[in-house]
Write a protein that binds this ligand. Sequence first.
Ligand SMILES: *Cc1c(COP(=O)(O)O)cnc(C)c1O
Length: 404
Amino acid sequence: MFNVEAIRKDFPILNRKVNGKPLVYFDNAATSQTPQQVIDVIVDYYSNYNANIHRGVHALSQEATDKYEAARLTIQKHFNAKHAYEIIYTSGTTESINLVAHGFAALLNESDEVIVSALEHHSNIVPWQMLCEKTGATLKVIPMNQEGELDMVVYAQLLSNKTKLVFVNHISNALGTINPIESIIKQAHNVGAAVLIDGAQACPHVKPDVQALNVDFYVTSAHKICGPTGVGMLYGKQEWLEKLPPYQGGGEMIDQVSFEKTTYAGLPHKFEAGTPNICGGIAFGAAIDYMNTVGFETIANYENELLKYGTEKLLEIEGLKIYGTAKNKTSVISFNLEGIHPYDVGTLLDKMGIAVRTGHHCAQPIMDYFKIPGTIRASFAFYNTKQEIDALVEGVKKAKMMLS
Ligand SMILES: *Cc1c(COP(=O)(O)O)cnc(C)c1O
């Protein structure tokens, strides 16, 4: 049996008050909270073995290097990558996507096409637009429907032997839609295109298997899965990582440097220039360990319960509309109150200690599709409770009364 009260004890922040009220934290799709187990790892690093890695002969440097590389193995195992060197540490999803987009600039020309979906976060749109500007390649868009699901019929029509790359998210941060990535990947491979999956919003809810998916690139951020900000990863198939040129030049990514010619280090170091976020990488591993201790099946079952409960309760409020009603979705509820600006609702909820997101959620094309400026988004994690959802529902009712 899942004991949410025991889980909540792991998260010190959940004890605090906001505006005199107990914190109700429903902004998990923006960033998740950090359990004591991960905080302890961060404190231990800076208290006991803070040192630069890979270069030192001294004990601290070796300890830091060992832990940093052990965390890479934890990440490899979690995502079931074939090799540890297929896991590249980055500063997060955004940097991982930019790294791949930068690399593809050397591989594309103006007769090539790349495909994005209508459901993307700006981080999985803008780097590719920059790539298309640089190379002259054409960007095509898989449309979505009123439920917030991708139109797979149009997707099949967009694919051709001109398609070189497809990039979609595994789960939408704005609507919670779980995209059919297995099918997206298979169809792309049938025309010889590579696929990048933005997993930032999926990793808090599911455990992706990159070999089973046969995906070419999978990217995510640690801070969405109970880890710290400023660290994340790029998984890339070895053959692709070898094909792509380095992203940044600097220390650590070289083999030999002279003013005549520099040769690059092998994987993964070719893509890891400069001193990385060492503590962050180690804490990323600890966050994955923590999530696995709770268990992804347990997490998904419990969050589905919260989603069902929250959806039912919120829909009882007259004039409330939910955006994103896909059959397959995670615990994200994006909604609006008729005739009321989402920002005003968010501000009143904050006064009641309830943290939600309001706005376009870095996904303006989705808001344009629904012809709205934004939504109020409540995103639930496994440490949230039904009582907290009750508080949200009461809060929204109060806000509605005050604003209409
Ligand atoms: C959060 C998020 C991102 C951006 O992640 P960063 O950590 O800000 O780089 C990209 N895509 C999706 C789907 C997200 O949820």
